[in-house]
Design a protein around this ligand. Structure first.
Ligand code: UD1
Length: 415
């Protein structure tokens, strides 16, 4: 049983579900040849969507883009305070878990749904003969060491509840060892989000988003692979950055120099859109409907401003990220994706739980003051340092995970 709930979960779970499909094909062929052993067993997979994210743009479009099967159970939980959202997922998930009695529950990432489902599974009791399911955490071990972030709490607790922990980068191994998690539970497999990026990179090149936003240097014809004009891409949604007016305004001031140089395209999270209106910060933004080239105002004005557009699907966003000259973000996953795409990234946070993106990748941690952001942007624009793709970010993490789970499950059956 795999759990997805919020936008960043979909691209982490999709490659695992695809790898299960490949395993089943192989197992089908093997059993036709009458082979025996764990590999000949098909995996029955059950997908649960908690409904933490529910908008077409935040959820449904990802199922289509990533070829995800429709969920077998949709819990329809929706938004709420941390306590009520987490509790609601727990209540509704418990019913599905007790009904389906899976052998393995896979949770990914660090959102409230991740923790809620891990916690329910850890305390599940079927009957005296049936052990509770194994809890598997994909993207284990990441630590920002900042407990004011709800995700950090979710990460720590989920890791300590899990039986098998799949780690994306070496820092995760050290963090888990320091916290006393037994080594035999931990495996360094790579990054399933990067599996998705590698699997869909070519398809994303066919996206027409650059043309739609007027970002293609050549406006002739429908070619999606034409050169793009230089632009920056911005995403902001962390409560710490956008829920407080002064912090939000500081970040926008830090971007003013950049917005005089290039258009800054911002696919806006629903939370951030609400705050822009609530705090009266509309003056920093312009409407992206007509695009920077198509709009007389943008062409003539000294500052392009930050151009707001609706949240994008996976393929459109991947295309926009790949062709950007610079990405500014407070997301976790985007720090990794830009490292893989070798696009310079400025992270507007005080820390990162993904240090490999700074050590080997294209990421710089800017802080959230206007000066810090300007400095990081200048540094990135002058950047010459070579970057490396982190170890095992090779598109095969999900394959390793499924192979491992088959082995662990077979051993569990025989014990
Ligand atoms: C959640 C995750 C965060 C992740 C982010 C990606 C937690 C604690 N946080 O934060 O780690 O980086 O997802 O987006 O789990 N909303 C909509 N439509 C939707 C979903 C949300 O309008 O489909 C609005 C609602 O007003 C909601 C707000 O966005 O109150 C925040 O949504 P929520 O799921 O609580 O957290 P995110 O900020 O999205």
């Amino acid at each position: 049983m795999s759990i997805v709930g919020a936008r960043p979960n979909f691209m982490k779970a999709a490659p695992i579900i695809a790898a299960i499909g490949r395993h089943n094909e192989k197992a089908g062929r093997n059993s036709a040849r009458r082979q025996v052993g764990g590999i000949s067993k098909q995996i029955q997979h059950f997908l649960v969507h908690t409904g933490q994210h529910y908008d077409q743009a935040m959820s449904d479009s990802f199922f289509a883009d990533l070829n995800l099967p429709l969920p077998d159970a949709h819990l329809g939980v929706g938004s709420g305070s941390h306590a009520s959202q987490t509790a609601e997922v727990m209540k509704r998930f418990e019913e599905v878990l007790l009904r389906e009695r899976p052998d393995v529950v896979i949770v990914v990432g660090d959102v409230n749904s991740t923790l809620a489902c891990a916690l329910v599974t850890a305390k599940a009791s079927f009957d005296s003969h049936t052990p509770r399911p194994l809890i598997v955490h994909v993207e284990a071990g990441l630590r920002s060491f900042d407990r004011t972030m709800p995700e950090e709490i979710n990460r720590i607790l989920t890791d300590h509840l899990s039986d098998v922990l799949f780690v994306t980068e070496e820092s995760g191994l050290n963090n888990l060892e320091r916290e006393g998690i037994p080594k035999d539970r931990v495996r360094f497999v790579g990054n399933t989000m990067i599996d998705s990026l590698i699997a869909f990179r070519e398809k994303a090149e066919k996206s027409l988003i650059l043309k739609k936003l007027g970002l293609q240097a050549s406006m002739n014809g429908d070619r999606s692979d034409a050169e793009s004009v230089p632009y920056a891409l911005l995403t902001l949604h962390r409560p710490g950055n956008v829920d407080d007016r002064a912090s939000f305004q500081n970040i926008l001031e830090g971007l003013e120099g950049l917005s005089r140089k290039w258009p800054i395209i911002c696919p806006v999270h629903p939370r951030t859109r609400k705050r822009i209106q609530e705090f009266g910060l509309e003056g920093y933004f312009s409407d992206g409907e007509t695009g920077p080239n198509g709009n007389e105002h943008h062409r003539e004005s000294r500052s392009h401003g930050v151009i707001l557009i609706e949240p994008l699907g996976y393929l459109d966003f991947l295309c926009l990220m790949k062709h950007a000259s610079l990405v500014v973000t407070d997301s976790g996953g985007i720090q990794e994706e830009t490292t893989c795409l070798k696009v310079p990234c400025v992270t507007v946070r005080e820390n990162t739980e993904r240090p490999i993106t700074v050590k080997q990748g294209t990421n710089v941690i800017a802080g959230t003051s206007p000066k810090g952001i300007q400095k990081a942007i200048s540094r990135q624009l002058a950047r010459k340092t070579r970057t490396r793709i982190p170890p095992r970010w090779d598109g095969k993490a999900a394959e390793r995970i499924v192979e491992d789970l088959v082995r662990i499950s077979a051993a569990r059956c025989h014990s």
